[in-house]
Design a protein around this ligand. Structure first.
Ligand SMILES: C[S@@+](CC[C@H](N)C(=O)[O-])C[C@H]1O[C@@H](n2cnc3c(N)ncnc32)[C@H](O)[C@@H]1O
Length: 247
């Protein structure tokens, strides 16, 4: 049986202060703060049961993804997080939604300076375990939670990033709405998704294999509906970046 009575490391202690509904007895026994429990299927938010998310939720798939993303980020400029543009204030709080192996989360913490905090949120235990092993530290913490129901209070973070995640989330609009809710007014958001450009409409007519194909304006339109301003959409080959400021 897992001992859930482990005291939270510093980054998770700070995270607990930001939660809307902090647990009385937080489970940090696996190095991340588990807000879903072992049986995530009990939660009432929609689940992606497709093969791609199943791969990212497996130990082998998460290991393969980790190696592939490290190479892609080294070789392909379009994979790199726009850290400077995010303008995280010194000592600020940054959130990485669907943090996977956690290296982007750690880069957000470095951008926030020595007093900053970066939190990564994911639903895959193997991904969270890799992230804890390789990236957790005094300023970097990981939480098991769903992007469609972020556990943070309103207006608690200075910047939000979500890369290669929204295509896997059953309701991208719900996830973007949550990002808007937790982001302070004026805070910046950068989202990256895979794209097939103008062919998206065609792909949307094919059977869904568990990854949504966004058309060029879809994410930008949702962000404007949530009150974001200065929405900028750019396609770089097979990826789309959307940047916006919380109005
Ligand atoms: C392709 S990986 C991207 C990881 C990381 N953002 C990166 O850029 O390297 C997608 C990640 O999103 C996570 N994910 C998928 N659906 C999610 C959801 N509803 N809530 C939180 N994380 C989710 C997966 O578990 C996986 O770790």
């Amino acid at each position: 049986m897992t001992d859930v009575h482990v005291s939270p490391p510093p980054a998770l202690r700070r995270a607990l202060d930001l939660l809307a509904d902090p647990p009385a007895d937080p489970d940090v026994s696996r190095g991340y703060l588990d807000l879903l429990g072992r049986d995530s299927g009990k939660s009432d938010v929609a689940k992606n049961t497709g093969p791609i998310q199943a791969a990212w939720a497996s130990p082998i798939g998460s290991m393969l993804y980790d190696n592939a993303q490290a190479l892609s980020r080294r070789l392909i400029g379009a994979w790199q997080t726009p850290l400077e543009w995010l303008n995280i204030p010194p000592g600020g709080v940054a959130l990485d939604v669907g943090s996977g192996p956690g290296n982007v989360t750690a880069s957000l913490a470095r951008a926030a300076g020595p007093e900053g905090l970066a939190l990564g949120i994911d639903i895959s235990e193997p991904m969270l375990e890799r992230a804890v092993r390789n990236e957790a530290g005094p300023q970097v913490g990981f939480i098991k939670a769903d992007a469609q129901r972020l556990p943070l209070r309103d207006d608690t973070v200075d910047a939000v990033v979500s890369t290669a995640v929204l295509q896997l989330v059953p309701s991208p609009a719900a996830a973007l709405g949550e990002m808007a809710r937790v982001l302070r007014p004026g805070g910046r958001l950068a989202v990256m998704v895979p794209t097939v450009g103008p062919a998206a409409r065609l792909f949307q007519r094919l059977p869904n294999v568990g990854a949504h194909v966004f058309d060029d304006d879809e994410i930008g339109d949702i962000l404007e509906d949530h009150g974001f301003v200065s929405v900028r959409v750019k396609n770089y080959g097979t990826v789309q970046w959307v940047r916006a400021k919380n109005g």
